[in-house]
Ligand binder design. Structure first.
Ligand SMILES: Cc1ncc(COP(=O)(O)O)c(C=O)c1O
Length: 399
C-alpha cells in the first residue's frame, strides 16, 4: 500500500516551501508564513479528491478516530460495534473516549457481518464502526439500513482503504463521519497524519476546535480565541501536511498501478482451483492495495505459510490469524483489560467478557485467509515472478 515508494521532487518542493518560511505550525503567524497554508490546502484537496464537504486533518488516524467519536458525542456508557479483525487503533480510540468497544464477527468481506452487528445491538449501542480492511469495503448498504432502523451513528474507519469506493462514493465519506490514516505504510503517507471527513458543517466545526484545544478559530488573534468546549492537541504540522499534499496528487497513479498488479496476481492465483477470494461488495471500488485469498482448510493455509517461509518469500503475505496487531485472538492485553490508568467499570466488565466470547465463526474465516500486499514498485516481470512463485508454493504445499 505504501506511497512512500514514490517519494520524489514533489514532496521535497512542498516541504521546502514550509522550511523557507520556518512556520511549521498550521495556525497563526499569518504575516511570516507568506501565504503558505499547507494543512488548509491539503484539506481542500481532500474534499476535491474524495467528494467530502469538509475535512479536518489530525496528527494520526488514531486521533482522527478519537476526534470523530468525541465530536459525534460517543462517550461514557456508549457501545460502539466494530469488527474483531481490525487494527488495535480502532478499539483504542473507542476506549480513549470512555466508550465500550463491542467486537463482533466478520464475514468473507473481511469486515463487519451485518447479522452479527444486528445481534449485538443493545439499548447502549450508539455507533456502528465498520473498518474497511485491506483496501476494500464493508457491506455499507446493509450497515446503513441497520443504522437507520435503530437510529445509530455510522463512523467509517477507512484508514486502510484510501481511494476505495462503494457504489461511486469514496469510503470514509458515506457515514456520519469517516477517517483515513496517512501513516508511513498507507496508500498515501505523510509519515504521521490522519483526517476526519464529513458532510456536516456542525461535525466539522467541532472537529476543527476539538483537535486544537477547543479553539473557536474565529479571530486572527490565537490568544483571544474562545473555547466553547474542551479539546486536545491532535494537530497536524505543516511539514507533514506538505508531504501529504504532494502525495494526494499522485493517488490516482498509485491506484491505477495497484489495480493492474491486483488483476495480474488474481489471474495467476485463479488458476488454482482450491484458491477463492475475498468477497467484495462493490468489485469496481476495490483500491487493490491487497489481494486477499482463502484456501479450503486451516491445515492447508498453514502449510502454505510454512512453505513461503521456507522459500524466503513470506514477506508481504499476511496470515492475520497469527498476527499480534490485527485479530482478536492475540489481543491478550485487550481481553485482560490491561491498561496503565483505570478504565471505567463498564469498559472493564465488557473487555473481560471478550476473553470467553465465541469468535469461532471468524476463526474459521481468518485461519484460511492470506492477504498479499501490493507494492507500487514492482515491474511487470517482478509481478509475474512473484505471482508464479506464490502459486508454485501453494500447489506444492497443498499437494
Ligand atoms: C484500520 C486502522 N485504523 C486506524 C489506524 C490508525 O492509524 P495511525 O497509524 O495513523 O494512527 C490504522 C493504522 O494502521 C488502521 O489500520
Amino acid at each position: 500500500m505504501p506511497g512512500f515508494e514514490f517519494f520524489g521532487e514533489e514532496e521535497r518542493k512542498e516541504v521546502n516551501e514550509v522550511l523557507e518560511t520556518g512556520i511549521l505550525m498550521r495556525y497563526g503567524f499569518d504575516a511570516a508564513r507568506k501565504g503558505r497554508w499547507k494543512a488548509k490546502e491539503l484539506e481542500t484537496e481532500i474534499n476535491k479528491t474524495f467528494g467530502s464537504k469538509y475535512a479536518q486533518l489530525t496528527s494520526s488516524g488514531t486521533s482522527a478516530l478519537t476526534t470523530a467519536l468525541s465530536v459525534l458525542g460517543v462517550g461514557y456508557g456508549d457501545e460502539v460495534i466494530m469488527p474483531c479483525f481490525t487494527f488495535v487503533a480502532s478499539f483504542e480510540a473507542v476506549l480513549s473516549v470512555g466508550a465500550i468497544p463491542v467486537l463482533v464477527d466478520i464475514d468473507k468481506t473481511l469486515t463487519l457481518h451485518p447479522a452479527a452487528v444486528k445481534a449485538a445491538i443493545t439499548p447502549r449501542t450508539k455507533c456502528i464502526m465498520p473498518v474497511h480492511m485491506c483496501g476494500s469495503m464493508a457491506d455499507l448498504d446493509a450497515l446503513k439500513q441497520i443504522c437507520a432502523d435503530h437510529q445509530l451513528l455510522l463512523l467509517e474507519d477507512a484508514c486502510q482503504s484510501i481511494g476505495a469506493t462503494y457504489k461511486g462514493q469514496y469510503l470514509g465519506t458515506i457515514g456520519d463521519a469517516g477517517t483515513y490514516s496517512f501513516d508511513f505504510v498507507k496508500t498515501i503517507t505523510c509519515a504521521e497524519g490522519g483526517v476526519v471527513m464529513t458532510n456536516s458543517e456542525d461535525i466539522y466545526t467541532k472537529c476543527d476546535g476539538f483537535t486544537d484545544h477547543g479553539h473557536d478559530h474565529l479571530g486572527i488573534d490565537r490568544g483571544a480565541d474562545l473555547h466553547p468546549f474542551i479539546g486536545y492537541n491532535y494537530r497536524i504540522s505543516e511539514l507533514h501536511a506538505a508531504v501529504g499534499l504532494a502525495q494526494i496528487r499522485k493517488l490516482h497513479t498509485f491506484l491505477a498501478i495497484q489495480k493492474k498488479t491486483h488483476a495480474a496476481l488474481k489471474a495467476i492465483l485463479s488458476a488454482i482451483p482450491e484458491v477463492s477470494f475475498r468477497e467484495i461488495p462493490d468489485e469496481n471500488g476495490d483500491s487493490c492495495s491487497f489481494i486477499s485469498w482463502f484456501l479450503p482448510t486451516e491445515e492447508q493455509t498453514k502449510a502454505v505459510i510454512a512453505e513461503l517461509k521456507a522459500q524466503g518469500i513470506l514477506a508481504g503475505n499476511f496470515y492475520w490469524f497469527d498476527n499480534n496487531w490485527h485479530y482478536i485472538r492475540k489481543w491478550h492485553h485487550l481481553k485482560k483489560a490491561t491498561t496503565l490508568n483505570a478504565l471505567n467499570d463498564l469498559q472493564r466488565e465488557a473487555l473481560l467478557k471478550l476473553d470467553t466470547q465465541d469468535f469461532s465463526a471468524t476463526d474459521a474465516i481468518m485461519n484460511c485467509c492470506v492477504s498479499t500486499s501490493i507494492s507500487l514498485a514492482w515491474t511487470d516481470e517482478q509481478i509475474k515472478d512473484k505471482g508464479d512463485k506464490l502459486a508454485a508454493a501453494i500447489r506444492k504445499a497443498i499437494g
